[in-house]
Design a binder for this molecule. Structure first.
Ligand SMILES: Cc1cc2nc3c(=O)[nH]c(=O)nc-3n(C[C@H](O)[C@H](O)[C@H](O)COP(=O)(O)O)c2cc1C
Length: 142
């Protein structure tokens, strides 16, 4: 893929740090990452790609942030066959928001890269960063 678009939302920087680790993996694989805040996504450009990443922390009660939820609703009918890497940070939960999000995208016909979302408890540690970089390499390979 010419460029790998990584869409994200983050309030305190943890999911943003995850997005940066994915971008490092894309670069290590020779790709060009494009980090885009969810409010600034060009949906047509995004959906022209065979694969992309979306990141959002657990918010509400195991929910997506509202801006990401409306973005996902906007693309949901158009992601069949797309390869999507999902990621996000959480704190006190058990990752329920991510399991629900994966299920939602799979119901829309998307293939989730790695089979499940990548989650990190608060700030990504070295293990989480390594997993994110590996996923970034996979993303760049599409
Ligand atoms: C309003 C609000 C709601 C949250 N809801 C949850 C939740 O349901 N489950 C959970 O595990 N963490 C929850 N968190 C914790 C965040 O997911 C966690 O702080 C995360 O690291 C924030 O990521 P960010 O730095 O990318 O914004 C919530 C935090 C806030 C501020």
């Amino acid at each position: 893929m010419e460029k790998a678009i990584i869409v994200y939302w983050s309030s305190t920087g943890n999911t943003e740090a995850m997005a940066n680790a994915i971008a490092d993996g894309v670069k290590a694989a020779g790709g060009t990452p494009e980090l885009v805040y969810v409010d600034n996504v060009n949906v047509d450009e995004l959906l022209a790609q065979p694969a992309f990443a979306i990141g959002c922390p657990a918010m509400g009660a195991e929910e997506l942030d509202e801006s990401v939820d409306s973005f996902v609703s906007e693309i949901e009918g158009k992601v069949s066959g797309k390869n999507i890497l999902l990621f996000g940070s959480y704190d006190w939960g058990d990752g329920e928001w991510m399991r629900l999000w994966v299920e939602r995208m799979q119901n829309a016909g998307a293939n989730i890269i790695g089979g499940e979302g990548i989650i990190a408890n608060l700030e990504p540690d070295a293990d989480a960063k390594a997993a994110l970089e590996a996923a970034g390499k996979q993303l760049a390979a599409f």
